[in-house]
Every structure is written in structure tokens, then in C-alpha cells.
Design a protein around this ligand. Sequence first.
Ligand SMILES: Cc1cc2nc3c(=O)[nH]c(=O)nc-3n(C[C@H](O)[C@H](O)[C@H](O)COP(=O)(O)OP(=O)(O)OC[C@H]3O[C@@H](n4cnc5c(N)ncnc54)[C@H](O)[C@@H]3O)c2cc1C
Length: 400
Amino acid sequence: MAIVVNPFTEEHQLLRDSFRKFIEKEITPNVETWEKNKECPRHIFEKMGQQGFFGVSFPTEVGGSGMDLWSAVVIAEELAYANIGGLGMSLYAHTYLPLPLINAVGSDVQKKKYLVPALKGEKVSALGLTEPGAGSDLSGISTTAVDNGDHYLVNGSKMYITNGTMADFVVTLVRHGEGYNMSFLIIDTNTPGFSANKMDWKLGMHTSDTGHLFFDNVVVPKENLIGQQGMGFYYAMNNLQEERLIGAVTGAFAAEAALEKAKRYAKEREAFGRPIGKFQVIRHKIAQMAIKAEACKAFAFHAVQEFIERGAEAVKVISMAKAFTSEVAMEVVDAALQIHGGAGYMEEYGIARSWRDLRLLTIGAGTTEVMHEVISKIVMDEVQHRNIVIKARKGDAVSA
Ligand SMILES: Cc1cc2nc3c(=O)[nH]c(=O)nc-3n(C[C@H](O)[C@H](O)[C@H](O)COP(=O)(O)OP(=O)(O)OC[C@H]3O[C@@H](n4cnc5c(N)ncnc54)[C@H](O)[C@@H]3O)c2cc1C
């Protein structure tokens, strides 16, 4: 287990410089217009792909740059500082939700037809897990795929799907029978029987596209099955680790960025004849925010390193980092809004946007409560492995 201090190399720095320039030119000048119009700009996908920003951590054989996962952290950091949570989420929902699965267990044909053009920004992708009747409990999904010889017939619906109405294909979790008999299918959105409605009446993430998808006798060729039939649920559990990791990293940087804004404002804004940052209450609030932001970053980086070393087996640390950073980063952003006073509630400082966008992080990619379930199961088992005897007192929740 390695504790990471500074994981970034010169190559990462070059990537950071070029991506920062890209954001300054293509994204920053348009943030407020897109936010007001609730617009997810598709041309940004094309430009990101053309410049190779989607593929930084994917292998060169599929058109990526073959860098390590820290390159994805660089991208997440710059997007967090750009403070356009919705677009950031849409971009990483494209890159780090469906595509790692195709890369890991997809066929060569699938990689050529879907992964390569997606990394080039020519195709937009989405991941369809959640349904109206099943979110946290994915074992309860009811979208079915009936085996019809050379194809599957898919019926059902998916809800809250990022990039849902703009995607060219959706990597969709479907059920074949009882229990965990599920698979992932790549479904082209131009297939007859597929339709999608926008769900744009939402708290934040206004520059992301959220869709309610419907599958009405959609014919999906067998070659669009990802990996082995019946393994979908297990693939989903593995694949979620990368999504949670990027979530943790994004939360940590959102906290850091909000802290920077709060410090600046506390130095500028005057009340009772002095900058508000001269009041001890505000200074101490900033100190607490700094502690929390630092802890979020350290935890998120630790989880990234664990993932690099142990893959999806690092589930405990990743779940902890996701639960911790999403909750604690929200406390930091909330405190930053408070320090901005009325200005924080208005749009001009961007802190209101950070607040409403970040609020999703304790819900998406596995809620905090679900993370606690995952962690508690592992942690309770660890107690047994190490043979530690805990003397239970009456009323204790944990005993061994
Ligand atoms: C903007 C947005 C974008 C999204 N993008 C995608 C996407 O691209 N793809 C996709 O598949 N999904 C997506 N989602 C869905 C998201 O992953 C789910 O909303 C999330 O997993 C929670 O599921 P749910 O909404 O059904 O809540 P529920 O599962 O109904 O949970 C409701 C409450 O009950 C709690 N709860 C549930 N089970 C337990 C338990 N065992 N113990 C204690 N508490 C529990 C939850 O923590 C939560 O507080 C998105 C959601 C939003 C809002």
C-alpha cells in the first residue's frame, strides 16, 4: 500500500498545460451561456476527442495515449476548476462509465466500432444501469433481453441516464432471467424501438444531458453482447469502481476550488470596517475547510494509487474515498457559499453552481448509504480475519 505525495510527472504536466489551454479557449467563455440555456455542447465532445483528451488513460491500440490513471486525475482536476459540473459529468460519463467496460471485456469488433470512435469524439456514449424501479439495488432491474437466435429482443426502460438523449450508443444492463442472470449489451440509439426523453428539470448539473430511455422490442444483434452472457451484474460491480474513483477525485478538487474562491472573497469583502477574513470566525472556518479539502485530496489520491496497484480489488478504499469526499467536499462548498453571503446565493461568483452541482455526488455512482453498506461488510470481515476479539458491551452495534 503506497501513500502518494506527488504522483504527477512531466508528461502529466504537459497534459495539464494543454488541457488547461483547451478549457480556457473552448469552455470557460461559454460556461454561463450553456448553464443558463441548460445546454450540453456536443461539439466539445468532438473537440475533446480530436485533441486526444478522452483517451489519455486508454491503451494506444484503441487510440488512447497509454498514460496511467493519474492522467485522468489531471483531466478531472482541470474540469473541476472550470466549475462546470454538468459538462464535466457528461464528459466523464462518456469516458469512464461505458468505455472501460468495452476496453476490458469487449470484442475486437466492438472496440473498433464503438470504443475507437468514442475516444475520437465521433460517437457519444452512455451507461444505462438505473431504472425507475431500481437504482441502488441493481439486482432489481427489470429491462429484459430475450434470446431470439441471432439477436436479443430488449424491452424496458432506464432512468437518469447521463448523455441519454444525445448518445449514439448506450451500454445497457439487461436481464435474461431470475437473480443475477444479466448482461451488458451495446444498443445503438438509432435502432427502431429505442426512444429517449430529456429530464432537464433538475437541481443542478444543468450542462449535462439526462435521459429517460425506453426500449420497445429493440432488436440487438448478438455481437453486441459485451463479454460473457450472464456476467453483467459482476462486470457492473467491477466497472463502478472507476466511476466512484473519478467521483472521489472530482469531489476533492471541487472542494479545493471552492476553498480558493472563499479565501479570495474573504480578503476582498469588507464588513464592519475590515475584510471579513480578519474575523476569527471566518479565518477558522477557512482553516477547517482547508483541513477538509486536504483530507479529501489525500484520501482520493490514496484510492487512485490503490486502484492502480490492485484494480477493482481496492473496493474498500475506493468506497471509503467516494463516501468521504462526496460528503466532506459538500461541507466545504457549503461553507464557501456561506462566506460569500448573499453573493454566494447569486450566480455571479459561480459558488451557487458549485454547490448545486456537487450535491449529486453523494447520490450518483452509489449513494453514501450504499457505500457504507459495502464498507461495513468488508470491515466486519476484516475483524474476523485478524482474529481480534472485541468485548461487546450491552447495546454495542458491533461485536465479535
Ligand atoms: C443527474 C443524475 C445522473 C445520473 N447518471 C446516471 C447514469 O449515467 N447511468 C445510470 O445508470 N444511473 C445514473 N444516475 C442514477 C444514480 O446512479 C442513482 O440515482 C443512484 O444510484 C441512486 O439510485 P436511486 O435514485 O434509485 O435511489 P434509491 O436506490 O431509491 O435510494 C433512495 C434512498 O434510499 C437509500 N438506500 C437504498 N438502499 C439502501 C440500503 N441498503 N441501506 C440504506 N439506505 C439505502 C439511498 O441511499 C437513498 O438515500 C444518475 C442520477 C442523477 C440524479
